[in-house]
Write a protein that binds this ligand. Structure first.
Ligand code: 2NL
Length: 342
């Protein structure tokens, strides 16, 4: 019976050898037939030889053959699964495909716009200043000549932290702080975040960007204001842009003006234009000669010095420039939106 035990071993080895050569379902089926086939399968034939084994040996040899049979079935099953699985990663790499481009991030459009504004004023010798976003009532209102019951002080506009501290509603406090420290000549702009109690809609959000500018020196006149702002707007938009000054009012300037540019979208030709409302003009800046009282508040003699100041919303202006109809797009961080400006 040693002979039969030996046959079992030999059969197992040759089956293992056969497994190595399986490459498709056809070769797998052939291997299955040659071992488990009902008539000529090598294991089937082996089981037939069991009748010649002595009764004492029969159970043991039978067990060995059955073990081999289960082994063969298990292996064939495994290989059949393997053939159905997708091919391994290695064989799936297609070297002819273009590579995946890495997205490197991009500057935020508001930041991009702020930089452009800064560069234009730097050309004219302005410094760029910064200051706190949490301010006192004095720097945000009083020093700027706001009457005690001015509507901008109202709870509806200002986000108060306590009776005296608030989130600045404009960037003007920075100019007050600079004028307190530095004496004229002063030529500065101060871009930054400002806060108002607003319910978000397409043109209002509670946090937005402003840039203000200030020039204080001997003999500064409205002509300097006009020339500076015209240079700025032509540099920011185009040399051919239309510009107009309209009389206006601010508590901290006298006289005051509002500055409009000709509509960049319809050029004044569309009576239903969504950007200019059919007027042909877009309001872009507020400006004026610094009120003598404001200069007094920071110990600058208004008899000797004069100055002009201006302010504009960066988000608002960027909206016109990029022709965006909803301010909130700037703050939603939707990459499909952001990537357009890069
Ligand atoms: C606007 C108008 C303006 C100023 C801001 C200013 C600052 C000081 C003194 C005088 Cl310290 N004026 N700033 C002046 C006129 C207009 O802003 O529409 N801003 C968005």
């Amino acid at each position: 019976m040693v002979d039969l035990r030996n046959k079992i071993k030999v059969l197992k080895n040759s089956f293992d050898e056969g497994l190595v050569h399986i490459k498709d379902t056809k070769s797998l089926q052939e291997l299955r037939n040659s071992y488990l086939g009902r008539k000529k399968g090598r294991i089937t034939l082996l089981l037939r030889e069991l009748k010649d084994v002595t009764p004492e040996e029969k159970p043991k040899i039978g067990e060995l053959i059955n073990e081999l049979k289960s082994y063969v079935q298990k292996k064939l099953e495994e290989f059949s699964h393997k053939l159905q699985e997708p091919k391994s990663i290695d064989s799936k790499i297609d070297l002819t495909l273009p590579g995946k481009r890495k997205y490197r991030g991009a500057p935020h459009p508001i930041l991009l716009y702020k930089k452009r504004i800064e560069q234009i004023f730097q050309l004219m010798g302005f410094s760029i200043e910064d200051g706190p976003e949490i301010e006192t009532d004095y720097y945000n209102f009083e020093a700027l000549n706001f009457p005690p019951h001015h509507p901008a002080r109202d709870d509806w506009d200002t986000l108060y932290i306590n009776d005296d501290l608030l989130l600045r509603t404009h960037t003007s406090p920075v100019q007050i702080r600079v004028m307190e420290k530095k004496k004229p000549p002063i030529r500065m702009i101060n871009p930054g975040k400002v806060y108002r109690r607003e319910t978000p809609d397409p043109t209002h959000i509670p946090m937005f960007y402003q840039v203000e500018g200030l020039v204080v020196d001997l003999g500064i006149t409205f002509a300097h204001l006009k020339g500076t702002l015209e240079f700025f707007l032509r540099a920011l938009y185009s040399d051919s842009i239309k510009i107009r000054f309209r009389p206006s009012y601010f508590p901290f300037t006298e006289p005051s003006a509002e500055v409009d540019i000709g509509c960049t979208v319809c050029g004044g030709k569309d009576p239903n234009c969504r950007v200019c409302g059919g007027t042909g003009w877009i309001e872009i800046l507020g400006a004026g000669m610094v009120d003598p009282q404001v200069l007094k508040n920071v110990n600058i003699d208004p008899e000797k010095y004069s100055g002009f100041a201006f302010g504009m919303g960066i988000d608002r202006t960027a909206m016109f420039s990029f022709r965006i109809s909803d301010l909130r797009n700037f703050y939603e961080n939707d990459l499909r939106f952001m990537r357009q400006f890069y």
